[in-house]
Design a protein around this ligand. Structure first.
Ligand code: ZN
Ligand code: ZN
Length: 374
């Protein structure tokens, strides 16, 4: 639950985020007269609105929140600090957006690169009628969302704590005869019981199926000698956590230990190297070299990690594509893995907050090899 105090603090954060956005969009060369935001995640980030349908119109000195009748009451409650425009039933939403922009004197309206084709098609005619030109402005909100503010960090910490507690709760299920499906159900149930939602479809795979990085849980029952990988997260107060652990049922074989040691080594080295100024691709390369040094280079088949926030995949993170230096305030996952077809795999995933000196772990569940149900 969010207390009144937290809600007020969040309200201040929303206004501060909109101020930063205005600076970024209207402070540059040839700025548009206004900016239109329509993505649900970006609306939540900038206003606190939790519905799935709405639009935010920002000019340098005015702001309007627009939505349909289905969210009118909710919008008045959640977006208390700006005028709300409710689209009348039987009217195209695009027309209301165009008329609202026209009333604010807008001639050039900035739209984000993530605006869908369906949205743009709905805007085309009303904007032409209102003599407003649409102008692409890139992804200024997504850029801001990469650096988390204090309110977001508090929520991400809380979401990570719920995931930690959930991993502790399922320990008793790491034993022979428990089905992957039951493991996944118990994870989801426990997340919900703590006031959260699963942040994505929970992964619970066992035996040879641990070689599937994104395998779906089945009725397969755990057996002695299995690797078991669970990858799950909590979405709490609008923010996601994401963590992965691999355990062994019974005693680990030497080959299982070899895989686990390689992945844990890569994880630890990557986390030690994360600090502001280092590029995401350098951290990815370091983890990759570490796994190669253990002779398992062919089996690390995905990127090292991603940004996490309102969305589980909240933007750029730790991959060969990430050429920009890391900055304090980023929250990233670090998740090396090896997947050997026909044998099994290991993935370990931590969530970290980049701080001025390095990074801080947000996930605290045990990470050393666990031999369960013995
Ligand atoms: Zn994950
Ligand atoms: Zn992840």
């Amino acid at each position: 639950m969010v207390s009144q105090h937290q809600a007020q603090a969040a309200g201040l954060s929303h206004a501060a985020r909109r101020a930063k956005l205005r600076e970024a969009v209207f402070g540059g060369k040839n700025p548009p007269d206004a900016l239109l935001i329509v993505g649900a995640g970006n609306l939540f980030y900038l206003t606190g609105f939790t519905g799935s349908f709405g639009a935010l119109l920002l000019t340098p000195d005015a702001e309007r929140f627009l939505t349909g009748g289905i969210y009118a009451t909710q919008a008045h409650g959640e977006v208390a600090d700006m005028p709300i425009v409710v689209n009348p039933v039987l009217k195209e939403f695009g027309e209301t957006v165009a008329e609202t922009a026209q009333a604010l004197g807008v001639r050039v309206l900035g739209v984000e690169s993530s605006t869908s084709l369906a949205w743009l098609q709905g805007l085309r005619k009303p904007m032409r009628t209102a003599k407003i030109r649409l102008k692409p402005v890139g992804a200024p909100v997504d850029k801001l969302r990469r650096i988390k503010d204090a309110d977001e960090i508090a929520r991400l910490r809380a979401a990570a704590r719920v995931a930690d507690a959930t991993f502790e709760h399922i320990q008793r299920l790491f034993q022979p005869e428990i089905a992957e499906w039951d493991l996944a159900m118990e994870i989801d149930f426990y997340l919900r019981r703590q006031g959260a939602y699963p942040a994505f479809d929970t992964i619970a795979v066992s035996g040879e199926r641990t070689a599937l990085p994104h395998g779906k849980p089945t009725e397969r029952r755990l057996q002695k000698g299995d690797f078991v990988t669970v990858d799950f997260g909590a979405r709490l107060d609008g923010y996601c956590s994401d963590m992965t652990r691999t355990v062994v049922i019974g005693a680990a074989s030497p080959e299982q230990r070899r895989l686990y040691t390689a992945v844990l080594d890569a994880l630890n080295r990557a986390i030690e190297a994360i600090r502001p100024g280092v590029k995401g691709k350098q951290i990815d390369a370091l983890a990759r070299q570490t796994i190669e040094s253990h002779g398992l280079g062919d089996y690390f088949v995905h990127s090292l990690g991603h940004s996490v926030g309102i969305a589980v995949h909240d933007g750029a993170g730790l991959s060969f594509r990430d050429k920009k230096p890391l900055e304090a305030g980023m929250v990233l996952t670090v998740e090396p893995g090896v997947y050997v077809p026909g044998f099994g795999g290991v993935r370990l995933e931590q969530m970290v907050l980049v701080n001025p000196d390095g990074c801080e772990l947000l996930t605290h569940a045990p990470i050393e090899l666990r031999e369960c149900g013995q």
